[in-house]
Design a protein around this ligand. Structure first.
Ligand SMILES: Cc1ncc(COP(=O)(O)O)c(C=O)c1O
Length: 439
């Protein structure tokens, strides 16, 4: 039986933080060891500098262990995107990419296609942007050499079926953006040929802690066209154009940052102490807590209930979205609101205090919920009406009550005449919900 408590207790971010999919506040151990290593780098002693340099090997070893890969397949990277860019620039044939995925895959593929002229990019756009095996299979033709997907989609939170994909695409390369999944999803990463990730979200290691794995098959088929001084055979005194290294290090440009490696190694040590399986199960439970709250307050959830990690994406009906975003902000809840969606991402250390704040915000928004929106012709209203204003109007039979009238957006406080709506030809009447759910 693994005890997660010390790991869970090490989360010390302020209550209300539910944005781990955007940025993971650094763990106390990462902060402490980074300071200690920075002191060593300031010492001017060779032994101290070398000691910090050794963290690069330690970080690679830990990444390799978690990926189930040989250490020579793993190379540290400044970011996920740089790892993926090495893969895309060296590819030939056709790569299948989801069009609604985080742009790291799509953009690097298109840039590579334009720069080298040896790659064709085939975009797929499955319903809701959620990649299914069928949506990939439908795009497979003989010229497809690789399929590239996010293990967990940054927008919907959907967890892709890696094993199913591996089987469906046969001998083709499987390239995976692991940014929203590595360390918090218990999957067989070694099913993929290329895995790229970064530790600044779920690993709590800060930026610059990227890594990539290139399997033996990937190394055979992907030319390290962007290889630099850290990917070459020999040393700085080697003249001419040295060959690239026969390991994943070939997919690197310049030496790794030892302080970033120190942060990554520390965070992975913390993770290994409790194990990914325990963290993944606990994180699913926290995400489930968020879904339960969303269900209680009738906020639709986009994230697939049966296949997710830490991201829960809410899709409030359009007329409620602004009120919900405002309520979250008012209650000190940090999330990512993008377009019509609100992405809520807890971590295993998300406590009752934070979930209570989220519940309070959802209750608040539900109490202010707009139950209906009707368009009203200005002609139907008195001529001297100055918006916003609460009036009684002729409304469809299924709704009744007071209407706050305004010309563009939902105005937050229905009980007052606050707001900045102006006089227009068409006004929208928003109806106060007289039966808010219990909080
Ligand atoms: C799925 C996914 N991939 C890649 C990135 C960007 O990662 P990096 O900054 O390491 O390139 C993000 C950032 O949000 C992401 O969500």
């Amino acid at each position: 039986m693994i005890h997660l408590e010390p790991f869970v207790d090490s989360f010390d971010a302020a209550p209300g933080y539910l944005d781990w999919a955007a940025f993971g506040p650094l763990s106390p151990a990462v902060r402490a060891e980074m300071h200690a290593d920075a002191e060593l780098l300031g010492s001017g002693r060779r032994s101290g500098i070398d000691l910090v340099g050794e963290r690069i090997l330690e970080a690679r070893e830990r990444v390799a262990r978690l990926l189930g890969a040989p250490i020579d397949d793993v190379v540290l990277q400044p970011s996920t995107t740089q790892g993926l860019t090495h893969a895309m620039f060296g590819l030939e044939g056709t790569v299948v990419v989801p069009s609604q995925d985080f742009p790291a895959i799509r953009v690097s593929a298109h840039r590579a296609a334009a720069a080298r002229g040896r790659l064709t990019v085939r975009e797929i756009d499955p319903p809701d942007g959620i990649v299914t095996i069928d949506s990939v299979v439908a795009a497979l033709t003989d010229d497809v050499s690789a399929v590239a997907v996010s293990a967990v989609d940054f927008r919907t939170g959907a967890l892709v079926d890696l094993a199913g994909l591996r089987e469906a695409i046969g001998d083709r390369l499987l390239i995976v953006d692991a940014m929203q999944a590595f360390g918090v999803v218990d999957v067989e990463w070694n099913l993929a040929d290329v895995v790229a990730g970064n530790g600044y979200k779920w690993l709590r290691a800060g930026r610059g802690t990227g890594f990539a794995r290139f399997s033996a098959r990937a190394q055979e088929r992907i030319v390290p066209v962007l290889s630099g001084i850290s990917g070459m055979v020999g040393d700085p005194s080697t003249l001419g154009i040295p060959a690239t290294l026969p390991t994943a290090a070939a997919y690197s440009i310049a030496p790794a940052d030892p302080l970033a490696a120190s942060r990554l190694a520390t965070s992975l040590r913390e993770l290994e102490e409790v194990g990914v399986a325990a963290v993944a199960a606990e994180l699913r439970a926290r995400a489930q807590d968020v879904m339960n709250l969303a269900d209680r307050y009738e906020v639709p959830v986009l994230t697939p209930r049966a296949a997710h990690a830490g991201i829960v994406t809410l899709v409030p009906v359009p007329q409620d979205a602004a009120a919900l975003a405002a309520a979250l902000a008012n209650h000190g809840v940090t999330v990512t609101a993008r377009g019509a969606t609100i992405r809520v991402s807890p971590h295993v250390g998300t406590g009752v205090d934070t979930l209570t704040l989220l519940g309070d915000a959802l209750a608040d928004a539900a109490a202010r919920r707009v139950s209906s929106v009707v368009d009203v012709d200005r002609d139907e209203l008195s001529a001297d009406l100055i918006l916003p204003e609460i009036v009684l109007i002729e409304a469809p039979p299924e709704i009744s009550g007071k209407f706050l009238l305004h010309d563009d957006e939902y105005i937050e406080d229905l009980d007052t005449e606050d707001g900045d709506a102006t006089d227009e030809d068409i006004v929208i009447a928003t109806v106060e919900d007289t039966h808010p759910p219990e909080s």
